[in-house]
Design a protein around this ligand. Structure first.
Ligand code: CA
Length: 357
C-alpha cells in the first residue's frame, strides 16, 4: 500500500508536468529577409506568413521575421538558411547567380514571362520541379514569395534615341539586365539603395532602375530624372521563401500544410499590394510632376537588347546543361502561354483603348 501511494503521487506529479512539457513543443522559427522590415511591399510576405502561421496553428508555430537592420547580412540569406542560423529566409533568387546561374529563372529574366505566365509555369508546369532541383544543392527548399509584376525600365536624365546614347552611360542596373546593358556599352555600377538618389542627383550616375511607381515614388527619382522608361528586363520579378530542409522535415504534417498555405497566400497578396501601390503612386506622380515623360526604348535599341540578351542566355546554356534545360522549359511554356495572353489580356486591353478613341 505504501509503495502504491508513492506510485500514485509520482504519477500525479508527472501528470502535472505534462502541461508545460506540451507547451515546450511549440515550434519557434526565425526568418531573415534581404530588405529592411519596413520596405513594403517586399517586406510584407514575411510579416504575413508569420501572422498567418501563428493564427492557423493556434499559437503552436511561431515565426519571428527579422529585417536587414537586425541581421546586417542582406545578401547572406541563402547561407544563413542553409547553415541553419535561420530556418527561413525571404529574398530574391537572382541574388544567388554567382553561386548557381540557374537561380535567375526563379526571379525573372530579360524579355521573359509575365507574372501570370510565370506563375502558371511554376505551379502547373515544370517551374517548381526545376526550382527544387536547383536549390537541392544548398539543402534548402524554395517557394515563390511574391511578385512585383512588370518592373519599369528605369529613370534616365536624358532621352535615349539610339544605341549610341547608351555608350558610356553610367547606370545602376543589377542582374542579367546589367550584363545585357554592359554588352551595349553601358557603364554598369552597383550602388547601395540608400545612396541612389544622391548619386542620380549629383550625376555620379546618369540613370537607374528600381521597381515601379509604388516603390520608386518613395525614393524620389522622378524629381531628378524625368525620363521614365517602360520595362523589358524584369517582366515578373518573383521573390522567394527559403526554408532549411532539415527544419522543414521536423515539422508535423499540420504545420507543413499551414506553412505552405501561408506562403502561397502571402506571395499572391504581395502582387496585389504592389499593383495597388503602383496604380496610386502613378496617379500621384502624373498629377504632381507633369514633367515626367514615359518613354519606350526605340525599336533598334530594344532589338539590340534582345540580341544581347539571347547571346548571353545562349552562352550560359552552352556552359551549363541544367541552365539549358530550364531555359528550354521556360521558352516552350512561354510560347503557348504568350499565344493565350495575346488573344486574352492583350486583345482585351487593345480593344478597350480603341473604344476610347
Ligand atoms: Ca529592379
Amino acid at each position: 500500500m505504501k509503495f502504491g501511494l508513492k506510485f500514485v503521487v509520482a504519477a500525479a506529479a508527472i501528470a502535472m508536468l505534462a502541461t508545460p512539457a506540451m507547451a515546450a513543443k511549440t515550434v519557434k522559427w526565425k526568418l531573415a529577409m534581404t530588405w529592411p522590415s519596413t520596405l513594403t511591399p517586399l517586406a510584407s510576405p514575411p510579416a504575413q506568413v508569420a501572422k498567418l502561421v501563428e493564427e492557423m496553428s493556434g499559437g503552436t508555430f511561431i515565426i519571428k521575421a527579422e529585417g536587414k537592420e537586425k541581421h546586417k547580412a542582406p545578401l547572406g540569406i541563402l547561407d544563413m538558411v542553409k547553415g541553419g542560423q535561420y530556418q527561413m529566409g525571404h529574398s530574391g533568387s537572382y541574388y544567388w547567380k554567382g553561386k548557381d546561374i540557374s537561380t535567375v529563372f526563379f526571379t525573372t529574366i530579360p524579355f521573359g514571362m509575365t507574372t501570370a505566365e510565370q506563375y502558371a509555369w511554376f505551379y502547373y508546369d515544370d517551374g517548381m520541379k526545376y526550382m527544387q532541383q536547383v536549390y537541392d544543392r544548398f539543402n534548402v527548399l524554395n517557394f515563390p514569395g511574391g511578385n512585383t509584376g512588370v518592373q519599369m525600365g528605369g529613370w534616365f536624365k536624358k532621352e535615349i534615341n539610339a544605341i549610341e546614347d547608351l555608350k558610356g552611360l553610367k547606370m545602376r542596373i543589377p542582374g542579367l539586365a546589367g550584363e545585357v546593358f554592359a554588352k551595349l556599352g553601358v557603364n554598369v555600377t552597383n550602388i547601395p539603395a540608400g545612396e541612389l538618389y544622391t548619386s542620380l542627383d549629383r550625376g555620379t550616375i546618369d540613370a537607374l532602375e528600381w521597381v515601379g511607381p509604388g516603390m520608386d515614388i518613395k525614393m524620389g527619382f522622378h524629381k531628378v530624372a524625368p525620363f521614365y522608361y517602360t520595362g523589358w528586363h524584369e517582366p515578373a520579378s518573383e521573390m522567394q521563401f527559403l526554408v532549411n530542409k532539415r527544419a522543414y522535415e521536423k515539422l508535423s504534417p499540420e504545420h507543413k500544410a499551414i506553412l505552405q498555405t501561408a506562403m502561397k497566400t502571402a506571395s499572391a497578396d504581395m502582387y496585389y499590394e504592389n499593383f495597388a501601390a503602383s496604380a496610386n503612386a502613378w496617379e500621384q506622380m502624373k498629377t504632381e510632376f507633369p514633367n515626367i515623360k514615359v518613354k519606350t526604348f526605340p525599336v533598334p535599341v530594344l532589338k539590340a537588347m534582345k540580341a544581347a540578351s539571347d547571346e548571353l542566355l545562349a552562352g550560359y546554356a552552352a556552359k551549363d546543361p541544367q541552365f539549358k534545360e530550364i531555359l528550354e522549359s521556360q521558352q516552350t511554356f512561354m510560347k503557348k502561354a504568350r499565344a493565350w495572353t495575346i488573344i486574352s489580356d492583350y486583345n482585351y486591353i487593345k480593344t478597350s483603348i480603341e473604344l476610347e478613341q
